[in-house]
Every structure is written in C-alpha cells, then in structure tokens.
Write a protein that binds this ligand. Sequence first.
Ligand SMILES: *Cc1c(COP(=O)(O)O)cnc(C)c1O
Length: 225
Amino acid sequence: MSIAKQIISIQNDLAHTNAKLIAVTKTRSIDELNLTYQAGILDFGENRVQELVEKQAILPKDIRWHQIGHLQSNKVKYIAPFVHLIHTVDSLKLLMEINQQAIKNNRIINCLFQIYIAQEETKFGLSPQELYEILENPILPDLKNIQIVGLMGMASFTENRGQISEEFTSLAHLFNELKSKNASHQLDNVRWEELSMGMSGDYTIAAALGSTLVRVGSAIYGARD
Ligand SMILES: *Cc1c(COP(=O)(O)O)cnc(C)c1O
C-alpha cells in the first residue's frame, strides 16, 4: 500500500481517540518524507540528531520535528534552533543543557520526561521515583526556557498484548497522578498535556489507554533494513 493510504488507515484507527500521529521517519528517504508531508502529516520523529538536522535543512519549514531517540547533552545545540518537542529527557543535567541552548536561541523548548516502563534492560528512561526527585529539585522553576509538557514511554518488545497494556496503563496512571497533583501547586514551566506512547505494533493499545502522541514508522513505510 502507498504511504498516503497507510497514513489514512492509521488515522482511521486513531479516530475517536485523543492520539495524534507522529510519522517516525528515521532511515527513510527524502522522497518518502515528501510523500508523508503531501499526505498532510506535519509531525515527524527522528531518533538520531545528525539525521534530523540534515532532513530539517531540506524539508518544508512548517514541519514539527520531534527528537524521539536518546539525546546526549553535547548534541542538544544542533537541534535547539528548531526542535518542536524532545521526547527523551532522562536527567536534570540534560534538561539544564536544553534550557541553556534554548536561551541562546531565544526560544522555549518543549520537553517530555522519558519514563522507563518496559521489563527490559536496554531502554532508557527515569523511574517514577527519579522523576519526582527532578520535579522537586529547586532548580527546576528557574529553567525558564524549557516547558515540560508530559511523559513518554516505550513498552517491552513483546507479542504479549497483556503485558504491553499493563505497561502503558502504569504510565497513564503516573501521568494522571501528576496532572491532578500539579493542579494544586503548578510550576509555570510544567504542564501535563502530552502522553507519548505507542509505536507500529502497539499504537491501538496505547491510544485506547490515553496516548496523545503515537510514534509510528514501519506501519507507514514497511520494515526498516
Ligand atoms: C523507531 C522508533 C519508533 C517507531 O517504531 P516503529 O516500530 O517503526 O513504528 C517509535 N519510537 C521510538 C523512540 C523509536 O526509536
């Protein structure tokens, strides 16, 4: 099926949910990205900084670029001038560097905290405990050029739908807990609006459990090499 048809089919799956589609374009060609743009998608996700920067330079300027892969502090400066949302904040140190680079570019950069929900050793992210420590750190309110807008998580790589469902449910619970707590003592630079969960194999589960951003690659373009 064509890219445009795949996108329509996924958007049908997401109808009547709160989830918006981010096209995960890592490893895909400029032609494939152009077809995606022509199909009406403006949210593109990449996991490598260098590839993201190269593609951003070539493609239309109204595309919203999402950094969805692990981000090293020393790479923040390359995406800071334009990135729309960084999904993978997993330390206060990284958040402070994003704030510094945002100041240099005279902008505010939107961020999600990546939470570790999978039963796997390889995935990056914070535990809920580590997240609460960052949220209580007295430095956080001073980071005026970042805006925390929510959480991101990746489920285990498994066929077990029950397990995936449990992992997304735990993330959604944490998100709702933060939302209700924050209502009482709100920091200016923290809002709980976006819940980034769901990929090609599990986006329907994620959308049913409250995801607002699904990150889908191979279901649009086919398997990556
Ligand atoms: C590659 C990637 C995706 C998309 O994976 P697909 O299975 O191709 O949909 C989503 N999120 C992250 C963080 C990724 O690195």
